[in-house]
Write a protein that binds this ligand. Sequence first.
Ligand SMILES: [Zn+2]
Length: 397
Amino acid sequence: MTAPRKSQTPAATASPEAPSCPAAVLAAAARAHVALQELSRTAALEAAGRGDGALDGAGLSLQWHPGSSPDDLAEAAFRFYAEAISEERLFRQGRVHCYACGEPACEHSAPPSPGAVCTGYESTGRPRWQEFFGYLLELGDERADRLFLERAEILARVVGRNRLIADQLTTFGRNAFTYRIWGQVVAGYLQVRNTRAALSAQVVEDKRHRLHLQVVATDELREALADAPDDRRSAFTRVYDALAEARNQLAALNSVWQHGNHRADAVTVRERAFAILRHLAHSIEQKGRQQQRRTSHAEMRGGQNRPVHKAYDDVVAATAQDFYTDRFKGSTIVAGRAGRVHAFNDTGRHVTSLMLTGDEFSRRCARGRYVPYAGGDPEAFRASVLARLPEADAPER
Ligand SMILES: [Zn+2]
């Protein structure tokens, strides 16, 4: 059923040329029509803070059949007006959309200091920020002082949508899909040069109902994460990996959300999104602790485990499918046995060897870091490696 436009009154529908429609049916339709106009008005007011008159150009059209539920009608009408006030905008890296200015590049959209996290929106749709430490206190997190111990811990918290939009008015984007935050993880501190930096990782839905993991932080922190050394003892590498994992999980969830029935899936998908956020918070904290627990002794042991001496054997034994290109580092990777991985520069010089535990290797492939060797003939590359590998690297031949 399509809600008739306002100008189309029931009287106009009941033209003399259509005498076959009985008066009782016309009367019932007139009552339904009034009820639908009321639905349209209320939905517009609740979703956008405006009457549907102000949104006339929007052209609400509703599907109805005897089996559909009132909830379906409500959801469809509300969603329609929420979408009508939304804009399709490219997200800016590291920033939050500012509904007050209507853009993601104003002075309000970025953290005002490296240690600030996003705490949602002010009534006027302006992003709100707070020092991570103070926000943890506000959330009643008793661990906050651990941020300042000599061996400081990295802490993380999940924050839900309701808290973020508690003060935001409907007229300033409360229900909009321009940048709809479902929830976020706030985490810190990471030491970037001489400053303590924090981040907010948000699950955000856009106007086309795609889900994004938006990492909100200063450029310096985002660069430090992107340039993290290929060393799992680095807090940056661990946090980077945790974010990459969350992004992969969210991409999988996104395809369910994109192709499913929004109303039927809403609860499940939201729960799964929060499971991703909880897992992200947990793994950021765990990775932070692991970093702190490591002693120099453990690092030394880690060094002894480096499988450099196996490089020669592994390169000899590698099949063509064991050669990869590392798109982040621009190096060539040879996958060896038992999780050993060897990296070479483009002239075949051995750069480093490492152990990738668990599913780390497949995760690097899944996120497009390791791709099948893109440098030409693997045999030619193998020859250049073997010609260069020093004898000392092949003690077990
Ligand atoms: Zn602004």
